[in-house]
Write a protein that binds this ligand. Sequence first.
Ligand code: SF4
Ligand code: SF4
Ligand code: SF4
Ligand code: FES
Length: 955
Amino acid sequence: MACQCGNGGCSSDYGTPAQVSEKLVTLEIDGIEISVPEGTSLMRAAAEAGVQVPKLCATDSLEPFGSCRLCLVEVEGRRGYPASCTTPVDNGMKVHTQTPKLADIRRGVMELYISDHPLDCLTCSANGNCELQDMAGAVGLREVRYGFEGENHLKATIDESNPYFSYDASKCIVCNRCVRACEEIQGTFALTISGRGFESRVAAGQNEAFFDSECVSCGACVQACPTATLMEKTIIDHGQADHSVITTCAYCGVGCSFRAEMKGDQVVNMVPNKNGHANHGHSCVKGRFAWGYASHPDRITRPMIRENISDPWREVSWEEAIGFAADRFKGIQDKYGKGAIGGIVSSRCTNEEDYLVQKLVRAAFGNNNVDTCARVCHSPTGYGLKQTLGESAGTQTFDSVMQADVIVVIGANPTDGHPVFGSQMKRRLREGAKLIVVDPRAIDLVKSPHIRADHHLKLRPGTNVAIANALAHVIVTEGLVDEDFVAARCETQAFNDWKNFVAEQHNSPEALEDATGVPAQEVRAAARLFANAGNGAIYYGLGVTEHSQGSTMVMAIANLAMATGNIGRLGVGVNPLRGQNNVQGACDMGSFPHELPGYRHVSDDAARGLFESAWGVTLEKEPGLRIPNMFEAALDGSYRGLYCQGEDIVQSDPDTQHVMAAMEAMECVVVQDLFLTETAKFAHVFLPGASFLEKDGTFTNAERRISRVKKVKEPLGGYGDWEATMMLAKAMGYPMHYDHPSEIMDEIARLTPTFHGVSFDKIEKLGSIQWPCNEAAPEGTPTMHIEEFVRGKGKFFVTRYVPTDEKVNLKFPLILTTGRILSHYNVGAQTRRTSNTAWHPEDILEIHPHDAEERGVQDGDWVGIQSRAGETVLHAKVSSRMQPGVVYTTFHHPFSGANVITTDNSDWATNCPEYKVTAVQVVKVTQPSEWQQRYRQFSDHQDDLLKQRESTKVL
Ligand code: SF4
Ligand code: SF4
Ligand code: SF4
Ligand code: FES
């Protein structure tokens, strides 16, 4: 629905999209002279001149369609009444938007619409926020001469199949906005107008219920609908909002901006912000609809403690819980040494919260034992890009994709993992950009409506580096290197070393064909397409990083971009698609054991000295423990205490049985979260976390874009996460004092060169800021490495392909690879507590028909998946999206135990786990695995212990 709240972020609707042209056209509208870019519609020109022309089928997020005939105008010297939405401006035009004749026509049009529309405005859920209602007023409709005796649609059935919105055909004016939104904005093409004339109606899929159609519930059609036909169920239930607050989605690394529409302190709707720099008014099902977890009854809102994890929980005051945690931590340090405790920072928390946790660990715990869940996804990005380009982050804005001529997607699934950016990419592809997909699986982009990948390099999992070297081989040996760029911008010796290396015959596509499984000619053709692109842009995801050669592959990608001159301008670049909302920020904030905020090594005396004088403590110069080292140390008895804020390591980290054994071995685990997560089941202290609706702070998305997260309601647990960290620091003997998270950002800005110019006030003023933001770039840096690389000259690295140790053999003949799905987020703790489970109630195993047939497996069968690390059981889905020999699953449900089977192999440089390659056997079974049965028992017991918690007076 069009926004009527008047609270910012919902700027007026200009009717048709803005045009980009240097040529201006001057005309007169209702006596007002206005100059607009060539190609602008009369409707938009009028709106820019402050004249509103009535409209129904037009909206400025969609191309004009010209169906409702409400926007007719008169143009001097022209016959008839052209539709202002589809008529472009012309020099010297004199346009009239309000004449008696036009008023007459418009009233007639409205009368026809209203004659087949339920007259239930006062009880309609859109009342006060309905364009049809507004237009009836605007055209002065006073009577409807045609009655309802004839044929009408008033008894049409309502489609309630979608959990989040309903479709009430009786209110549809067949304006086509929903159909166009699904096509132009979302790119799913789920809707059509079926039938003709009176029979016309909006149809999802093949005239199916919305839920059964291809619809992915992005909400674009609901947003575009000018009536109450497509309507959010929360609004039907709670009514229209009375105010709104601009904030940022807390799910994926796209970082969409939203208006939280509120009634008192209740959220009634999340509407994508038209002015959002990352999303431009679009959304996906998670950010748009799956926010109900924030008020789910499973939320734990009082601190709890217990002596042992076999004890029931005891609700206590914050003071007691914090005191208990601090006493235990201090006791552990006295007994086992300073390094026996540490902390884990979450990519779901804000920059300010992450900064404080690492400060707590370094300054109050006195060690560098701090790590982040970004370790398990994008640490190779940080390492690889720092080495080659000099900065540990992506190089572009999302909008840059609209200038790309060839798009390469490697090990990423943007339409599921980064849906709003996926839609933007699809729009560019429909405009004609070429597409190369490098992925073991046929992801949606390979073939979707109006999109076909030009090349799908369906490689074997674990052979990314081989493919990158083969592509490089073709580029070098066929003379496709951008020699000028390389000579001007890159280190010569390193380039020559790389060039000689990739030119070696063993790196040719032919030599590597057996290893990769990709026909050499396909590789050659893809390499030529990329290297000859005007603008070639590479996007990659966890299918690149979560490998034993993750860092090598990131460097290989940077090599390809540099060799072809595809870096340092719009439309090109190396673009990591970050998984969780604040993966970039968590890394920026110094959450790794070897790095202070701003990626400065702890052994760097000058950087350490800066923090020592600001924090008034002496800091350790040796790196601390990474998460896998914490587990090892817990098992060998030297690491006994953990503060884990907002992260569910038991579900998300590989080799679950090993992780659980380490957790059980610890003496004090403090978990701060929303729910009793799988990790919290091993905790001794539980501190209630704040949901994103209860937080003030910032998230940094995959484009380095820092956006505000705003508190729309008070934390249910009474304190923000940053306040809890401050309390713990004080109890540990290191008081920190901030009155508001903005003061934490001020400290980050003071101490971090790339953030020198960042403040809450500036973010508010600009909407968002892409770092670096400092004296050299006061308003931020959309595109990096323009004149020179951050490290000066770009550096090529020799990227030798080393096959993973995880080999298939007779016992484990298949490769399991993992990924995510649109409706769920990470470990699913949030999305499993929403109606998104309707789409994905469990994790399933996708298996190719040949592999399934060999094993007698059919769709829906229980299958046991055994690896060298463990065994789990899932339902099977036979799918030719897989290639023979490769099976696939997701990890959104704890009892699936996807990580019971992943091994502890990891990236050589960063320890990022090798989630993407596990040798497995798949067999038909009839019951859950032994681990699943044991875990079910443990988990049920923990749920019982939670239920038994004593209620004590805590306030
Ligand atoms: S919700 Fe999105 S995908 Fe579904 S029909 Fe509407 S626009 Fe299309
Ligand atoms: S459902 Fe809404 S947007 Fe779609 S045609 Fe009907 S009135 Fe227009
Ligand atoms: S999950 Fe990602 S794409 Fe979806 S609304 Fe949130 S930030 Fe945007
Ligand atoms: S708004 Fe122009 S024809 Fe509908």
